[in-house]
Design a protein around this ligand. Sequence first.
Ligand code: HPA
Ligand code: ZN
Length: 331
Amino acid sequence: LTHHEPLNALLRRMPKAELHIHIEGSLEPELIFRLAQRNGVALKYESVEALRAAYAFKDLQSFLDIYYAGASVLLKEEDFFDMAWAYFERAAADNIVHAELFFDPQTHTERGVPFETVIRGLHHACQRAHQELGISSRLILCFLRHLSEEDAFRTLEQALPWRQYFIGVGLDSSERGHPPSKFERVFARCRDLGLHIVAHAGEEGPPEYIEEALDLLKVERIDHGVRCVEKPELVQRLVRERMPLTVCPLSNVKLRVFDRLSDHNLAALLEQGLVATVNSDDPAYFGGYLNQNFIELFEALPQLGAREAYQLALNSFEASFVERAAKDAWK
Ligand code: HPA
Ligand code: ZN
């Protein structure tokens, strides 16, 4: 372990961007209980410990069931603010200087929480993170792929008065059986609106879903994408197009995409020239925030050293949607 100390210090201290974080997945059990009490919401679990004990997942769906249940305590604008502010405090501790946050409006509007409540609370936290922590951030609206395309269109309509509050759209929730092609029309509309486009693909789903995300949705990043290695010609294409993958190591182990961190393919992805990044996905559920992901991954994969640390930090800024002018200012 000792020889990892300087490397761990580098991983902790290096400035980095986080590009794959579901803000609802940063809701810690303690805050779930505090908000439940504040809002008079009944929980199925007796205590913080009982809730945390339920965080044993066998796949993506078993996680999503408990993740949506956790989000049920979010009712008021200040609840969304408190959740995002808690994330930004953790992000500052990890030397994250830029974050692009996913949010799932349908998880809330389905329960009768207005879109406006969600976006105002999150936006306020983003503003305060910039003022008080020096963290720049942007919001990305994710459509839930287990719902219909019509529902996604309705959500986009509700979001349009708030168009200046988010920079892009993504696609998340249950992947298998809900291919990107199901959302081709709504993403075309989003492109016309000038929104950035990303999608989860190739986490549990096959490499063909990654190809659909590229060809039909015209994504600018692939979220996860780790199953691309099953199709060498797809890997070559991703390298050629410098298409970023937002990889989430601890998530992949918790949701059994890989049995162990030492089986993870991130080092192989970098080795092949892919623009891979490291991210936390749903840190409250998967056992760690961004630096924890870096440290555990580097401990598990001996091929990863200082060179790869710098490469991953660099990739996170290249893959970000920070405006070109701001990127040039960093050079
Ligand atoms: N995959 C799909 N949907 C999600 C995830 C994920 O890892 N996290 C939150 N929603
Ligand atoms: Zn995700």
